[in-house]
Design a protein around this ligand. Structure first.
Ligand SMILES: *Cc1c(COP(=O)(O)O)cnc(C)c1O
Length: 371
């Protein structure tokens, strides 16, 4: 029999116990301030996002699907695929949805019994007023599904206080953690909706009910399958780090990065503008910028990162690639050094395009915005 010559930090680990798995779930529940069941799922956040919709929606469902970015489109497609009647409420990507718009949708379609909403949109840079919307949804009695992947760690996410029935998070954005595990908090109402849904996935990787019946209800003693051990350990480490730094401090870093980027961009170049016009609707997780007339965002980004490929700069997705730059100042990148680096690099790239830039002024504005 041969043995490995040496142990490896990622390999040769003892199996992750059910108790450890449950303790990590409890820690995530504390981060969310929730008394609901928290189920960790072994995949990127799209797994619980899809599992929660397929678990609760069916031909009898009338869903209000709020679209403030690309994910809302995807949720609508899943809902329709489940046989639900979908009422799309789309707002321009440079703004947020309001509680009044949701109230009006209920007045127009009183039969709505499900609401899907993205909290913060990393792809478009906006954030929606979930607390206010939650009050309206609760008053109407609909089940409330929230994608908080891009908000958790960057701004408050409070499923219990806001009446969220299914709150999905992932660790890969502002939590500064791994992308391969994610979590969802599930209210009693949401469990009941799934239990009575004949189409809810069962004996399936998409199934939340499997976790309810075979994990939660059994007192979390036996795992359904071998857990994604490295990701679980990384998730534990990332929550531990947030607890150590303090959630308020982590959120403060993201807020400062967003305000600094915004102020710096305005000072950098006439015509470079925050994509989200109202600062209250701008997400702390990432800042989107509209490029000046006559330049292509994807080209500016390509030139900006040519000198420093580590900078978290990307062009907008799809049709937005021409007009939008995203500064993904989240996780470890939510710091003054990274934001300064991004603005300096954008300054160089915009100057190469023949635009007049004030890099010193931009960096001063970043520093001023930081305090
Ligand atoms: C990042 C993100 C996700 C997760 O999707 P990936 O593209 O795989 O990272 C889901 N929802 C929102 C709103 C996100 O920003």
């Amino acid at each position: 029999m041969t043995h490995p010559a040496s142990t490896h930090p990622f390999l040769d680990l003892a199996p992750l116990s059910a108790a450890r798995f449950a303790a990590i779930e409890d820690r995530v529940a504390r981060l969310l301030g929730t008394g609901q069941d928290v189920v960790i799922m072994q995949g990127e956040a799209l797994l619980p996002l899809e599992g929660a919709i397929r678990g609760t929606a069916g031909p009898g469902t009338v869903a209000l699907n709020v679209i403030t970015g690309p994910y809302g489109q995807t949720f609508g497609d899943w809902l329709r695929d489940c046989g639900a009647t979908v009422i799309d409420l789309a707002v321009p990507f440079h703004t947020a949805v309001t509680a009044d718009q949701v109230r009006e949708a209920f007045a127009e379609h009183p039969e709505i019994d499900f609401v899907s909403l993205v909290h913060a949109e990393a792809a478009t840079g906006n954030t929606n007023p979930v607390a206010e919307i939650g009050e309206v949804v609760r008053a109407h009695g609909a089940l409330f599904y929230l994608d908080a992947v891009a908000s958790i760690g960057a701004e408050p996410v409070l499923p219990d206080a806001w009446g969220v029935d299914l709150c999905v998070i992932g660790a890969q954005k502002a939590m500064g953690g791994p992308a391969g595990v994610s979590a969802v908090s599930v209210s009693e109402r949401a469990w009941a909706r799934m239990a009575s849904n004949p189409r809810a996935p069962r004996r399936s990787y998409l199934s939340l009910l499997d976790w309810k019946e075979r994990w939660v209800d059994g007192g979390r003693k036996v795992l359904l399958h071998a857990p994604a051990q490295l990701e679980m350990l990384a998730l534990e480490a990332c929550v531990e780090r947030i607890e150590g730094d303090g959630l308020e401090a982590v959120m403060g870093r993201h807020r400062a990065a967003a305000l600094g980027t915004r102020a710096g961009a305005v000072a950098l170049c006439g015509g470079l503008e925050p994509y989200v016009r109202d600062v209250r609707e701008a997400a702390p997780v990432a800042t989107t910028l509209r490029v000046p007339e006559g330049v292509a965002a994807s080209e500016v980004v390509a030139r900006a990162v040519a000198g420093d490929p580590g900078l978290p700069l990307v062009a907008g997705g799809g049709a937005l690639a021409k007009e939008m730059i995203r500064v993904n100042h989240y996780g470890a990148d939510a710091g003054v050094g990274v934001v300064r680096g991004c603005l300096a690099a954008l300054g160089t790239a915009l100057a190469e395009q023949g635009l007049i830039v004030d890099v010193e002024g931009a960096l001063r504005a970043v520093d001023a915005g930081w305090h």
